[in-house]
Design a protein around this ligand. Structure first.
Ligand code: 0O2
Length: 212
């Protein structure tokens, strides 16, 4: 594929990422209005870089003509939650949605990766309406706590810096940091009710102030 073909190939993925970002941001707002609490803290999304698609296709032995089915995270959405408990709530909301179909789930929270990575991945099929008609696109939705995201962001940039050949000392420190992030999530869960009550009080107070 030359540059122009890649641009065309990625169009439905770009549209999917944009649409899913809007949908999950809207869901956050709606849940906040209806229930005063949303399991969604914030949402990001990205289309995988061509170099990263090619590297993954090579690693997984996916032929170029099977990229659409073989690489499941070309369209990627990331949803950050405050508490580990929010992830199960959110996963259930996603399973019930009628605008996307769940293909399968990968639970890297119960089974963390050897790197220390934790997140919950849901692969969905999303029917995107293009100028050429409807196209079913695969997308990966990653659900994580803020602590999991902090760790993964740092680890990802270190891997980028060291080109995936992390020094032993850095690997050890990252492993310790992963443990600390896990403990932080546990600690936050144990004081979840208090935190949520405080946040609701804060929101109610800001509403009163903004009405004055
Ligand atoms: P990009 O293009 O940089 O955003 P894998 O072998 O990890 O590629 P796997 O295990 O099937 O494939 O995972 P999956 O569900 O395809 O998800 C891959 C994505 O999960 C990665 O995208 C990361 O966003 C995240 N991820 C998986 N493992 C790790 C890890 O050890 N550390 C960090 N920081 N993130 C991880 P890419 O490849 O970064 O894509």
């Amino acid at each position: 594929m030359d540059g122009r073909d890649w641009k065309k190939f990625l169009l439905p993925y770009e549209q999917t990422v944009e649409e899913l970002k809007v949908k999950f941001k809207t869901l956050r707002g709606e849940l906040k209005s209806r229930e005063e609490y949303s399991p969604i803290e914030f949402v990001t999304g990205r289309v995988k870089k061509v170099s990263s698609i090619l590297e993954k296709a090579k690693r997984l032995d996916v032929p170029m003509e099977q990229l659409e089915r073989g690489i499941e995270d070309i369209a990627g959405i990331r949803i950050m939650c405050q508490f580990v408990e929010d992830i199960a709530t959110l996963a259930e909301l996603i399973r019930k949605r009628e605008d996307m179909t769940l293909v399968y789930e990968k639970d890297y929270i119960t089974n963390k990766k050897p790197s220390g990575y934790r997140s919950y991945h849901m692969i969905v099929e999303y029917p995107v309406q293009t100028a050429l008609g409807m196209k079913r696109v695969l997308a990966e939705i990653q659900l994580r706590t803020l602590a999991m995201n902090f760790w993964a962001t740092i680890e990802h940039s270190l891997n980028y810096k060291y080109r995936e050949k992390l020094p032993e000392e850095v690997i050890k420190r990252l492993s310790k940091a992963a443990e600390a992030a896990y403990l932080l999530d546990q600690e936050m869960s144990s004081i979840r009710d208090e935190i949520m009550e405080a946040q609701q009080l804060f929101e109610d107070n800001s509403n009163i102030v903004s009405q004055v």
